[in-house]
Design a protein around this ligand. Structure first.
Ligand SMILES: C[S@@+](CC[C@H](N)C(=O)[O-])C[C@H]1O[C@@H](n2cnc3c(N)ncnc32)[C@H](O)[C@@H]1O
Length: 271
């Protein structure tokens, strides 16, 4: 059974949420990937490809002599992409049957946070890197989330929902602050250099990131309420806050890490 919490989401609602994530995050993701020198001929692995915009973009950059493999537990939003140098695989990264040390770049965005055993997935990603290959990870840190300004009662409701998000992750054995720990985790796996960016997404209601979090909240409301930390009224208030251009919040931070595999042999460092 999948541990991905959005697995049962309605098709169109989940597509809308993934497209909203792409709209907010793709410019920074492309900038980070360009910074490590992606070029023609590269072989790239896009892990948890979602609706596929980054995999599609990478396929254009690496050209006919390169290749992109996009893997996701569920390829429902990827199957319509038809490019000769883009292979789409429906699989779990933790047991992906591909040759090791085959990729110049492995990229994942908002994937490891959903895995209680993210270290297993990380080990697999490291095994796929060529010596000198790059790992580009982008994961959220929900411990940064807080209401900044707006009506006092609404700010309190937002903070209760943020506590519910933290509790929901804890109940599932997952770390809601994984993003902020990524640099030290990768360092302990022997990767270097490590180039880090911590983007706190301080944003008003109605912005892209507020919309992403509103869409996630609408899908996961029952999970939040089940933690006992937030009520239905809090969830409704969170959604109104996220639509109000006069209300500001840090919805979460995104920590982006570029790290290089400097080992001559494939990674065997234990978690
Ligand atoms: C929040 S979405 C992010 C999608 C995309 N990376 C983006 O940022 O636009 C997480 C994606 O990871 C996929 N996923 C979750 N666990 C996975 C696993 N163990 N192996 C492969 N894909 C996984 C989900 O199916 C989903 O498409």
């Amino acid at each position: 059974m999948s541990d991905y919490i959005f697995t049962d989401s309605q098709h169109l609602k989940e597509l809308e949420r993934l497209r909203a994530i792409e709209q907010v995050c793709d410019p920074a993701s492309r900038r980070r990937i360009q910074a490590i020198g992606i070029t023609t001929n590269w072989r790239c692995l896009e892990v948890g490809a979602g609706a596929g915009s980054i995999a599609e973009w990478m396929a254009g950059v690496v050209g006919a002599a390169g290749q992109v493999v996009a893997v996701d537990l569920n390829t429902r939003f990827l199957s319509q992409i038809d490019l000769p140098n883009l292979e789409i695989l429906e699989a779990d990264i933790r047991d992906l049957p591909l040759a090791e040390a085959a990729f110049d770049l492995v990229h994942a965005r908002y994937v490891l946070i959903h895995l209680a055993d993210f270290q297993v997935a990380l080990s697999r990603m490291l095994e796929f890197l060529k010596p000198g290959g790059w790992l580009v990870l982008e994961e959220p840190d929900f411990s940064a989330a807080r209401a900044i300004s707006g009506e006092a009662a609404a700010c309190q409701a937002v903070d209760r929902v943020n506590r519910a998000i933290g509790q929901m992750f804890a109940n599932r054995g997952m770390d809601y602050a994984l993003g902020i720990k990524l640099p030290s985790i990768l360092q302990s796996r022997g990767l270097q250099p490590i180039d880090v960016e911590n983007d706190a997404h301080l944003a008003p209601g109605g912005s892209g990131i507020a919309n992403v979090m509103k869409l996630s909240t609408l899908q996961l409301a029952e999970h939040y309420i089940a933690t006992g930390e937030a009520s239905r009224a809090d969830v409704d208030q969170y959604c109104r806050f996220a639509e109000d251009p006069k209300s500001w919040a840090i919805y979460h931070a995104t920590v982006r890490v570029n790290a290089q595999n400097r080992s001559a042999k494939k990674d065997k460092v234990k978690p």
